[in-house]
Write a protein that binds this ligand. Sequence first.
Ligand code: AMP
Length: 434
Amino acid sequence: MYKLPKGTYDVLPEEIKKWQRLENFLHRIMSLYNYDEIRTPIFEESAVFHRNADDSSDVVNKETYDFIDRGKRSMTLRPEGTAGVIRSFIENKMYAQNNLTRLYYIGPQFRYENPQKGRFRQFSQFGFEAIGSQAPELDAEVISLTYNIITRLQIPNTKVKVNSLGDKTSRDNYREALVSYFKGFISRLCSDCLKRIEKNPLRLLDCKSCRKEDFFKDVPLINDYLSTEAKQRFQTVLANLDAIGIKYEVDNFLVRGLDYYAHTVFEIETEEALGSQNVLGGGGHYDRLVSDLKGPALEGIGVAFGMERLLLVMDHYKLINLPEQFVHFYLLPLGEDAKKKASELLNTLRMGGLICETDYNNRSFKANLNNADKLNSRFIGILGSDELNNNEITIKNQKTKTQEKISLNALYDYLKTAFTPQHSCNSSCRKEKE
Ligand code: AMP
């Protein structure tokens, strides 16, 4: 038997309904903030992701699926959504049409990681980008939208963490301070951090194992290295969050996994449901990504959520109530002439908006009744030769357990009336009648 590739999963029909619910919700809330959906390819020329030789993020360095296509071009399955969206933003000169471009996406991403609960090799992200402004107020708006998504989904026990990585000068100074600090404890660093110390010492702050060590307690904090402007900018973001009423925690250890962030970074954590993979989503401001991808010098801010993690948490808290599945009408034709008529009838009923099923396997009458039951059919229609000769059909109402013969010409209206909610008067309507 063939098996799924490691780190992937099938979304089976029962599950896909949850995905559709979540996606519908996301489409709705994004339109409130005037974001447009964008769909970019799942692979891009590798340079879109492998931009800088000194990129230190695991996502770009160690986890991409890279391949040479038959035209000998170097391609990469996208490990994240932002770079492809920015590539498209530049290629389609979206900056020429708008002051601020707001785009969102939902789609698969690929990272060669060690799979575990909430961590896959193919996973899906919902994300959004607001490109074309460096305003700190926009950072606050994006964080508040992120917060509103979680709140509207009613996910409890979450925490919004924010930090500022400052501008390039702030980060360069901070990097230097971190390197000289950690060099004092070089023999106690884990093997990963030994590699990170030169390339990107900020990533040491993320290390789950080193962070537990006592040498971490006096580690320099970014806040003390922010330039006056960067500090001022961060204060404006926080003041705006306060004004909107967003509860957050400033976490100086928050650095995020991708290298392109500057100034504001943030994450939404869930406190229980997901075990160690407790980050539902996160993002931040970027100041050079657009120009790194050979676009104009525009800044932006983006966020990405893991769809699987959102769904896992929503399942955990039983937040998705799916409507009962049913079939309006199960048609059981008996004999060749009836089958021919059935094709025509089913087509008309379906095009008229009714969910219909029938039998294509010549099952017995009893097996068909069982099947209709299994599918939760509200009505069963029996079309035998007698019925056909009289231009009639026998209708069984599965709820009332009654049956009657009606004219075939009246079938559509009969079913439509049965499924149209009856007007039930409210008290003012009753009063009017009295
Ligand atoms: P990132 O692009 O690394 O900032 O991740 C943003 C969000 O995507 C995370 O908070 C997760 O919810 C989700 N995510 C990242 N990597 C994975 C993965 N390998 N499997 C499932 N979800 C992921």
